[in-house]
Design a binder for this molecule. Structure first.
Ligand SMILES: Cc1cc2nc3c(=O)[nH]c(=O)nc-3n(C[C@H](O)[C@H](O)[C@H](O)COP(=O)(O)O)c2cc1C
Length: 251
């Protein structure tokens, strides 16, 4: 059907044949964009437990069990996540694979050309020792930065931005992934956007599987109010915007 043609074409890799990759910013010698957006140095930072610190608290889980038990879970209990559990989920979704040993663009998730165009924002509601509010994960230093504390309206705004999906704001933490498309465009030009979406699937799938290891549940969310969500997390909607989200809670 004609109405779908352009969108179906977006799913194909045919565009590659039309692109002059020698015109890419990478090919022209422009410096690569940073792997992590800059952070306001005045904002409070929280060091997360490194792998050695969180590993004793995360029970060993058979990968067959994690895959077999995985499902979208939309009901969450009252229990808080520990900081160790949150650190584990962040490592599983965007963490560096071997900090210090491998370059920082080798993460626990694959990414086309290892360009990793994502940033992770977290609406924290019930995580031990953390004040509820909006945070950002800094994968290069494995820290959180507090962007703002929650007020009485935050959960309502979050549910609204999730198009009224109430369970989203009932999670202990909501992962909101943004993309910074230029990180991918710098190398792949118009072929960047399809692989950004493919990359996003890996991130959320790792969250699903990691949740199974801590008796927590999650649910991928791709239906949300783009402008409202971008405003809530404070991104400009052009150079950086929301691409996917997932609430997490104990069940
Ligand atoms: C790309 C994508 C977008 C989704 N968006 C939503 C959503 O906005 N709201 C929701 O409740 N579930 C959403 N889901 C979850 C699906 O409904 C769920 O994966 C599907 O019903 C299969 O169930 P299962 O995950 O338990 O196997 C989404 C899943 C994916 C992969």
């Amino acid at each position: 059907m004609d109405q779908f043609k352009q969108y179906r074409n977006f799913l194909k890799d045919s565009i590659r044949k039309t692109i002059n990759f020698q015109a890419s910013d990478q090919h022209r010698g422009r410096a690569a964009p940073p792997l992590q957006e800059p952070v306001d140095g005045q904002l409070p930072r929280i060091a997360l437990p490194e792998r050695k610190g969180w590993e004793p608290f995360i029970q060993k889980t058979d990968v067959k069990d994690a895959i077999g038990n995985r499902r979208s879970r939309r009901q969450y209990g009252e229990d808080h996540l520990t900081l160790e559990e949150l650190a584990f989920l962040l490592w599983a979704t965007q963490g560096q694979r071997k900090p210090g040993d491998l370059p920082p663009h080798f993460r626990t998730v694959p990414s086309a050309g290892a360009r990793h165009s994502f940033e992770t924002y977290l609406f924290i509601n019930k995580v031990e020792t953390l004040t509820p509010g909006l945070y950002r994960y800094l994968p290069l230093s494995h820290e959180l930065v507090l962007l703002y504390s929650a007020d009485s309206q935050t959960k309502t705004k979050l549910s609204r931005a999730a198009l009224g999906q109430q369970f989203v704001s009932k999670g202990a933490v909501v992962f909101v992934w943004t993309t910074v498309p230029y990180r991918m465009e710098w190398r792949y030009l118009e072929a960047a956007h399809r692989v950004i979406l493919l990359d996003a699937g890996h991130v959320c799938q790792n969250l699903y599987l990691a949740c199974e290891a801590i008796q927590a549940g999650t649910c991928a969310i791709a239906a949300y109010d783009q402008e409202a969500m971008d405003e809530l997390i404070g991104v400009d909607g052009e150079e950086q915007f929301t691409i996917y989200l997932a609430p997490v809670g104990k069940y």
